[in-house]
Design a protein around this ligand. Structure first.
Ligand SMILES: Cc1cc2nc3c(=O)[nH]c(=O)nc-3n(C[C@H](O)[C@H](O)[C@H](O)COP(=O)(O)O)c2cc1C
Length: 403
């Protein structure tokens, strides 16, 4: 949350300056107080009046202009701020920051502030890829600055490339998550969580596959909930939902790929949650060319073979890890789930009745029953997947990380 935070927004002279005006609004809407400093370059694109009106504060543009005799303006802003955001950050400002050059208000205040710094580079893709800019960005990271990765898309130059300033909402989300993760005493701080999500796709031929109705929403909600409690999350996904911030996201479209990714990380993990709907079977031999319709053949036989049983292998080989599975059932929910819990030697099984209204695949809501060895089933009634994920994290915390 940004409520009550003092944010200094440093704006430099790139074409994306127009987005910085909306960013002021977005940060204020999220509860922050914002003060803005502009480079001379930035004032060539947008006047200080825009930022003054939006932030309801004087705007800093000139290092030798002092607003009152008692305070040196750049030190005043540097000391006032809880965090500093540079957006857009030009190649020029990045270079100056990386080398301690202070030849205007923005760079002088940035050097003087001890607040956490977030830098959002925005420039032409070739400028961004240049050796000098890459060297300077690495230096900033080494100096403890958090970079907000530029996006790939349509550039002002009229062609596609990496270098776009992310949308203001995205920048605000990024900053919120980063601040949250820096908070002290988070229950999962330093713990490695591996979470799978989405329905796998098992290739029939180059254009067809077998899949299921899983959207990945529950797995993503779990990943976000674990991240917000300080975990280092690797989300292994077969879904194309947008990547959440503050975690490693690995695409694994098929059961085989998912198995490989999970097994590779198992040893180093503390908690593994298998929320993906992994196909139990896959075509034995996917066709290398598109399968054609054959005249006179009313039936086509696909031969399937079993995919790796990831949960069972984790259950058999676990040492210190907490292994959690999901059971999506359409009948005899608790009996089937209890059998699965024992068969897979999991530490927890989260059962959901996907035949019930508003539950399971593709919905934003879920209702689950938590099964654990030697414990009575625990029902979590219908709620958003976000809330269900937070409740599951609380149960994990009590089971393993109860300080
Ligand atoms: C139309 C125009 C657009 C520009 N866009 C960018 C940009 O997106 N990113 C960048 O790093 N520089 C861009 N530049 C170059 C900077 O404006 C230039 O390097 C300037 O010296 C930056 O000054 P500042 O960093 O003090 O704001 C642009 C220049 C012009 C004329």
């Amino acid at each position: 949350m940004l409520t009550g935070k003092h944010i200094a927004l440093y704006v430099s002279g790139g074409i994306a300056v127009y987005k910085a005006a909306t960013l002021v609004r977005t940060l204020i809407k999220r509860g922050a107080e914002v003060r803005v400093a502009l480079t001379q370059g930035a004032t060539a694109f947008v006047t200080p009046l825009t930022f003054q009106t939006l932030s309801k504060h004087d705007v800093y543009t000139d290092r030798f202009k002092q607003f009152d005799a008692e305070h040196v303006a750049h030190i005043d802003l540097a000391d006032w701020s809880d965090l500093a955001i540079v957006a857009p950050a030009t190649a020029d400002v990045i270079g100056k920051m990386a080398n301690g050059i202070t030849d205007d208000f923005v760079t002088t205040a940035l050097l003087a502030t001890t607040a956490p710094k977030f830098v959002a580079p925005a420039m032409n893709n070739h400028m961004l890829a240049s050796a000098a800019v890459q060297r300077n960005l690495k230096q900033l990271q080494a100096d403890g600055v958090t970079l907000i990765d530029p996006e790939t898309g349509f550039l002002a130059e009229g062609y596609e490339g990496k270098g776009r300033l992310p949308e203001p909402e995205t920048i605000a989300d990024f900053v919120e998550v980063a601040l949250l993760q820096q908070a002290p005493n988070l229950p999962f701080a330093g713990k490695q969580f591996v979470i799978t999500a989405g329905g796998t796709q098992e290739k029939i031929d180059p254009v067809r596959y077998i899949t299921n109705k899983s959207s990945g929403k529950m797995g993503y909600a779990l990943a976000v909930a674990a991240r917000d409690l300080g975990a280092k999350v690797t989300l292994i996904t077969a879904s194309d939902l947008p990547n959440p911030f503050g975690m490693t996201v690995v695409q694994a479209p098929s059961a085989e790929e998912m198995a490989q990714q999970v097994f590779d990380r198992f040893q180093a993990s503390d908690v593994v949650i298998m929320a993906a709907a992994i196909s139990d079977y896959r075509p034995v031999q996917p066709a290398t060319e598109k399968i054609k319709k054959q005249a006179g053949h009313q039936e086509l036989v696909l031969t399937l073979t079993e995919t790796p049983d990831i949960l069972a292998q984790l259950g058999q080989t676990k040492q210190h890890q907490l292994v959690i599975g999901f059971a999506a059932e359409t009948q005899h929910l608790l009996d089937n789930a209890a059998q699965k819990l024992a068969r897979k030697q999991a530490d927890m099984l989260i059962a959901n009745d996907v035949a019930a209204a508003n539950v399971g695949f593709d919905y934003d809501t879920n209702a689950v029953t938590i099964l654990r060895p030697q414990e009575a089933p625990l029902k979590l009634p219908l709620a958003s997947k976000t809330v269900i994920a937070q409740q599951i994290m609380e149960i994990i915390r009590q089971m393993r990380f109860n300080a």
